[in-house]
Design a protein around this ligand. Sequence first.
Ligand code: ATP
Ligand code: MG
Length: 436
Amino acid sequence: MRLSRSLLPTLKETPAEAQIASHRLMLRAGLVRQTAAGIYAWLPAGFRVLKNIERIVREEQDAAGAQELLMPTIQSADLWRESGRYEDYGKEMLRIRDRHDRDLLFGPTNEEMITDIVRQSLRSYREVPQILYHIQWKFRDEVRPRFGVMRGREFLMKDAYSFDLDYAGAVVSYRKMMLAYMRTFQRLGLKAIPMAADSGPIGGDLSHEFIILAPTGESQVWYDAAFEEIDYTSDAFSHASAEDLEKFFGMMTSHYAASDEKHDAAAYERLAADRRREGRGIEVGHIFYFGTKYSKAMNAAVAGPDGKQVHLEMGSYGIGVSRLVGAVIEASHDAAGIIWPDSIAPFRAAILNLKMGDAACDATCERLYDALAPNVLYDDRDERAGVKFADADLMGHPWQIVVGPRGAAAGTVELKRRATGERTEVSAESVLSRLA
Ligand code: ATP
Ligand code: MG
């Protein structure tokens, strides 16, 4: 993209309404604009990040054997009356009435709808297990939407649902999703800690929240260094069998991890001193097993091997895709701006033309731009070098290719790595081989 012709409205001033770094930076870098309380439009650069995160989430769901579908945002109230949640959900649910006076709602989650689809579609135990997911906008009329996209009212969620014949099968599905989550967060450049969470009415140990570490996180967390050392994307985990998954789950649950409410100082102190880690965290995902809660209420059953109807065992698995954009920034920024991980940056690199109109500068920039497009942003504005440097740091491109008149005449450019600040003088050719 050429910056001169892009909708990339960066701001010099810090917007007064933004209380946390990611919200400030998302507004200043021109990623989103608020259109109503807790509702945001995603501008081109922000939308690229959102789609990159979505892609990684999708790849890991697919790799775990989950099937993608797409359910609508608008749901019928009748489904929720069947499960008993229509009244229970309260004011967080946005209720809508159509022209025929039928009650509809903007979905805050999809347990009822997916249960309805499955009960109409599956007949036999031979057709399970299945894990189904979609990546769709949700609406929750939060009392206090805040921190930008971190707690919005309309937000993008990946929600998956598993259907198994029995508890043993449900446990395997649960572990598969846990592994998929750890791989997803690692690929997003995040350190994630799975933490046992309250599992609600069903009890048991099958409910985990995924907390990512960021200095500005809302809760304090204590954990074992092991979580930082495991490579979840390694082959050891890639085609996990039920046995491998059991080992993996054992590893995840044996290491110490707790946040404020559940922290056990004595247990933490028993860790070797060099294994103890403390930090702040942000919740970005939540998985839980809830048995036959919905399948019984809505009669979702299949014929078992003996011909008897069996209510399906279910779990649900959520990732806050739009919250992750903010969370990644909380985990990765400095005083000058965002530092995007390579895997999700809106552009892999920016080309900064320090002297528009200079023949050598223009020619070098155009050549680099042609070779690196579409994953590059060309700052071809008629602006001072200082403005271009500041905007590139603010927007957080992993690489900056700085093209000045003296270097361009000699065939060289300066390559800057945003994360480290390291700069090297290199030939334009070697930039291409490194970044293409
Ligand atoms: P919270 O405790 O933050 O309200 P929740 O328990 O209501 O979260 P879930 O229903 O488990 O959240 O939803 C799954 C994921 O969706 C959460 O882990 C979070 O990442 C994301 N999420 C939930 N509410 C919001 C929101 N208002 N804005 C953005 N993302 C959200
Ligand atoms: Mg909530």
